[in-house]
Design a protein around this ligand. Structure first.
Ligand code: ATR
Length: 285
């Protein structure tokens, strides 16, 4: 990687950031696409977001990805907000303009592309979503843009899910143990809780095999471990499941396009996926 006086600087802003894969992905894209840019990860503490954004703007930094706990906190300090980010209520990408940073949300585009590539048409169907946290917002937005009829949203805290998603009558909110109220089977399901994330890899949000009989196809937004307990349970019940690695690289490719105006080629995306698998000690087969 060549760094000179013209190198654009981008970074991830979050807390913690030590385990992020974003620098690996973004720097791979820059190398593969021949873009003179460098990407690092910066720990920004809660309460320091405004100062960080003003300082970054003064330094001429080109853009940021924003992660936990700042995805909503950056919003008041933006120079503008993309309509999709506004309707999701969270920003994961900042791009420098004349006055400051404009906010976008590429998470929804990432999951949208991953779902589109599955040979599962969810248009006009009810789907199941586990979780009502930050990831769930983007996932639900993506699924509605693909034309789902509605969603059974199962969450540990029904109150939180009701507050967030209950005002849309197409959503049916249930507790995790309330899955037996979902009629029939062959559902598409997205797992958006943090349950099963390493190092708690032997946990799943729902353990009862009865739930998994309802699912024909699933995506877990978690990719560490590479195969989650949730994915194992879906497969044991005869369904197909994949992790959230594609969502990660696709949202990164959308952010890269916003930072640099360059479309990331399919082979560069595959290259980034291979590097992530290597970094995680997974075989690249
Ligand atoms: P993210 O931004 O990754 O979605 P989050 O906003 O903290 O993270 O949301 C975490 C999700 O995992 C929530 O749906 C949370 O359920 P609650 O809304 O009831 O808190 C869910 N979650 C976390 N730990 C859980 C656990 N031990 N059992 C069940 N659900 C859990």
């Amino acid at each position: 990687m060549k760094v000179d006086g013209k190198t654009r600087v981008c970074a991830l802003m979050g807390d913690p950031v030590e385990h992020t894969l974003s620098p690996l992905v973004q720097n791979t894209f820059s190398e593969e696409e021949g873009v003179n840019a460098v990407y690092t990860a910066l720990r920004v503490k809660k309460g320091d977001v405004r100062t960080a954004m003003e300082g970054a703007f003064a330094l001429g930094m080109q853009g940021f990805n924003v992660t936990v706990p700042h995805k909503e906190a950056v919003i008041p300090y933006l120079s503008g907000i993309d309509p999709m980010a506004e309707s999701i209520g969270a920003v994961n990408t900042l791009v420098k303009d004349e006055e400051g940073y404009r906010g976008y949300n590429t998470d929804a585009l990432g999951i949208l592309r991953q779902i589109k590539e599955l040979d599962t048409d969810i248009k006009g169907r009810m789907v199941i979503m586990l979780g009502a946290g930050g990831a769930a917002n983007a996932v639900l937005h993506a699924m509605y843009s693909l034309g789902i009829k509605g969603a059974y949203i199962l969450n540990r805290s029904v109150e939180k899910a009701e507050k967030k998603f209950g005002n849309d009558m197409r959503n049916v909110i249930l507790p995790l143990e309330g899955f037996s109220e979902i009629p029939g089977d062959q559902y598409f399901c997205v797992q958006c809780t943090s349950v099963g994330l390493a190092p708690d890899s032997d946990a799943a949000p729902i353990e009862d095999p009865g739930f998994y009989k309802k699912i024909s196809r699933a995506v877990d937004v978690i990719y560490s471990p590479f195969e989650t307990k949730f994915m194992k349970l879906v497969k044991e019940a005869g369904g197909q499941a994949e992790n959230g690695l594609k969502m990660l690289v696709y949202q990164a490719a959308e952010s890269f396009k916003l930072f640099h105006g360059v479309e990331v080629k399919e082979e560069s995306i595959r290259r980034a996926e291979e590097k992530i698998k290597d970094a995680m000690g997974e075989s690249s087969s």
